[in-house]
Design a protein. Sequence first.
Lengths: 290, 168, 763
Amino acid sequence: MDFLRPNTFAEALALKAEQPDAVPIAGGTDVMVELNFDHRRPPALLDLTRIAELREWSAVDGKLRVGSGVPYARIIEQLGGQLPGLAMASRTVGSPQIRNRGTVGGNLGAASPAGDTHPVLLAGDAVIEAASARGTRMIPAAEFYLGVKRNALEPDELIAAVHLNAAPGPEQFAKVGTRNAMVIAVCSFAIALHPAEKRVGAAVGSAAPTPRHATAAEEFLAGELDWDAPKPLLDSVKRRFGELVAEAASPIDDVRGSAAYRKHALAVLARRTLGWAWQDHLGKETRECA
Amino acid sequence: MIEVVPSEGGVVPAAVEVGLVVNGEARRLVVEPRVTLLDALRERLGLTGAKKGCDHGECGACTVLVDDRRIYSCTTLAVMQEGRRVTTVEGLGTPESPHPVQAAFVEHDGMQCGMCTPGQVVSAVALIAEGHAGSEDEIREWMSGNLCRCAAYPGIVAAVRAAAGGAS
Amino acid sequence: MTSVGTPVPRVDGLLKATGTARYTADIPFEDLTHAVLLQATIARGRIASIDASAAEAAPGVLLVLTHLNAPRLPRMRAFAKGGSAQQTVPALQDDRVRFAGETVAFVVAESQEQARYAAMLISVEYDEEPPAVGLHGDAYPPAKVNGQPPDYRRGDAERALADAAVTVERTYRTPVHHHNPIEPPVTIASWDDDGGLTVHEAAQGGVHMMRLGFAEALGIPRRKAGSIRVVSKFLGGGFGGKGFMWPRNILPAVAARLLGRPVKLELTRAQMYTSGGYRSETVQRLRLGADRDGRLGSIVHESTSTGSDMGEFPEPCAQITQMLYACPNVTGTHRLVRQNVGVPTFTRAPGEGPGSFALESALDELAGELSLDPLELRLRNYAETDPEHDRPWSSKGLRECYSEGAERFGWSARNPEPGSMRDGRWLVGYGMATAAYSSHTWPTFARVRIRADGTAVVRCATTDIGTGTYTVMAQVAADALGVRPGDVTFEAGDTRYPFAFPPVSSSGARSIGPAVRAAALAVRTRVARLAVKDRESPLFGADAATVRAIGGGRLARADDPERYDTFVDVLERAGLGHVEERKGYGVMPFLHSTASGIAPWPVGPLLRVATRPFAGRYSTYDFGAQFVEVRVDPDLGVVRVSRVVGVYDIGRVLNPRTARNQAVGGITWGIGMALMERTTTHPRLGKYTSPNLSGYLLPTNADVPDIDVHFLDRPDPLVNPLGVKGVGELPVVGVAAAIANAVHHATGKRVRSLPIGPAELLG
């Protein structure tokens, strides 16, 4: 097993081009588990921790570029105002120790269906900046997840950053777990309201081979919400939204929960988070009018 | 400069030199790249305070501070911590001169078998520095990265509370 | 001033909190080699071929043992038959695979990384056979259950059931549980030039028991077993999982003998699941019959758990049903179903843990049928004497546990209607259950030495599994000697010290305590005898038997406390560096004669005798009452335990600080059992599907609510001179049932299969 230690991102891309089967490692919270248990012994490890530029984030005109090596803890501490959904999801990742090391880049690279940030990235229309020695391309989150632990990266590509708009409206994230902390999601759900565009983002996690948009639910809700004269939501709207979210899932029975429970719980999470998000929106509207 | 540590004979990775500042002391050691920080501390530096409970980032017994932030030392490689400051439970205090958090763990009986205790103590020191000792519920949540199978949790919460109160 | 009964802080607390305490894996060793297990990936079949040549050629590799080249090892004598093993079949003896995780190769290298890497290079081909999985096959009776027959009968339970006005018939299920101590098992074996073996072991199994196991496994005659030393100073949790001899304990010694170098084997967390036992899954059918007033006329408790060809440990679920309530007609049966999994073993609160879930859930269901308060139902069936053995209890404060617990909890505020209590969107439920546990007194010896400086050292070969033995035994000795606890050092975990049975079945305080006390009193009397014969002593001429300890290492005349001598002065005048005495307690008469530290191992008879103490005149149990409040999210089915009150009669409390800690731990085990703990097995492949701590969920700090622990603290005058019973396991018992009962109260939904997950609750 070779161990590759680039100091710059350009060097990392050159190494990845030479050795496409090298496994990138940053926080290590996923990769090391595999290594320590001899689940895989990659021909090479590509250590990204020396690359300062991956650990930076920047904001230009309300657009945020979050380096793939920014740990969850910094997202929570520094970006909670601008990316509340991502911060909320980050807050539920593992434990404080994991959040100090683990990164959104790692979550994307592993592409586990249970990864906590995926639904938020989908709902918030995140774009993944994939780089290689050949150049850079921007992959919308919706096109990024291909299957269980499979993503759209080419073998020579690395994740440089995630691009997100500073939340244009309320965002919520919720997940169900079997204990009060340190849980892998039984299922999770994220919602983002885009009032200016009169649009809704909604996505499910741990409920299908990949995290995915609940497209029908998004379209239904965008049509139902009265953006210009917001008023409290009808229960029937919340219920229908929940049903459509559940229909978007194609979960399996596993040790954490049954498929039927996951669908049920997603509907509940969808109703609840919609209620909270719309309440936020109402509050904002009221304040702006006053 | 790109540094490539090739493997020997295609299978066994060659050893590399790593510099760490461990408990305030500059240490240089030669390790295979696949050696975890935990194994480097325990096997190479003789610092056995951090424990190997799961080697999987699930139990917290291996918790150390790197540049003052708590992490699981079992899920990071020693070579990836080049140049960083590592604090283990041994670096906080000794039986003769314990850290206030260590003394509080004894006073509030925040332990039984003691296997998870070094990780709990290090985690508690970080938690207090992070400002997460505001209430018992907050402490419970922010101490949840450290499992205690004996379940001395109420004692741990009381110890963190007391130590945080004393520090402020 | 006595120390016993006061909350003395843990004497090893600072060692643990500073990382200074050395656990087995922490011990530095010269010339150490590292071993790794390779385990079978199928549950049943044969090894068609195994090729270790690449591993043997890998850098740093010193030895690869497979069934093709391993030394022949004997079948071990079973614990239930007076031996030290649960799994009697040794490793690497044939090509058979009996369960997934059975050891198929043992690799030793210069470093652990090298050994791990080499193990990956071993290629094994299997001829697979379909494994037996689950409790579906033919059930058969085990030979013994905890030393007792598998079937128990008093009266005619079937007939009484047919005649009962009200009946409840239900089946309850509990899953496989793993002990999951934070410290994985670890063994370091080294041979010296004279053929002596030293093993450092994380050994709840007791160092003396392990010594005999090593002698048996390695073909060392019993009379030479003294050449084997087993050391276990700090243990990172046991809970039953580090009890007994398993193949993994033996292989390092085998390899070390072949290599002439010390060998260390540290199991991975995943390997732990298949290398040291587990709690079997159980299916328990409960049938209760009662009259309209709730008086039980009949209980039938039929329990089925996992059997194995490699050893037998029936989970003794029905035994609690046999003794807990005043019911004239009771049948308890235990059956096994053979599976291709490892041998089960003791897990904290064996039998009573899962057994009480079934019994105490069924009682709650009966209370519902009768529209009777669940606590009142227990009181109407209160057993004033032991109905199983028809004799008095040595002590039983259960009635007070009920009333004190109900008061502290606020049980009277419970609206009996399920689903009637709410807090915002949360449904609130109250549940309760009875706890009882048959803690044991095992044979234990202690040696107490008073040194010239007046301090004392106590030696006993028990191990401290975290319960506080180092602290509590120093307190016991200090009181008997009349010194401060800080002047006493308790040393344990070494076969060089006097024999002690493994610290299992909540036996520590009640077995070690009286032995330490007896030895301390004996050595104090010896000092007194020296003094009364010494013309220079103020005690000269007094009756040594009446000399009293007045504290501070002083001995005074009974008739005049102003005339006293001190340990320091007596020893100095006598020119002695120390004096010491050794005493035993809970010892069978035939053990006395051979109590040299390598006593024979008459475990079978001991089991029978110890469960019937006092020559059959009294029955001793720990008792308690558990009260639980839960909050249930009615839409998601998520259950949170929000409050627990546990009130316990454990006799005299030696140290309220360490005892409370253990009780909180036991309750938390009950919370884990109720809501999250479960090892899942692939239904076709027979393999554990998630042998790790993200698949097997343990309660985190955030899962443990306010826990109010109260001890009656009433010495049991009959059980032993200290009046202490047991605390380690009792607080586990009944918690899972109390939670299930509270969930039912909150929601109206009865869950009879653990753990109670959201899906189970909504489904």
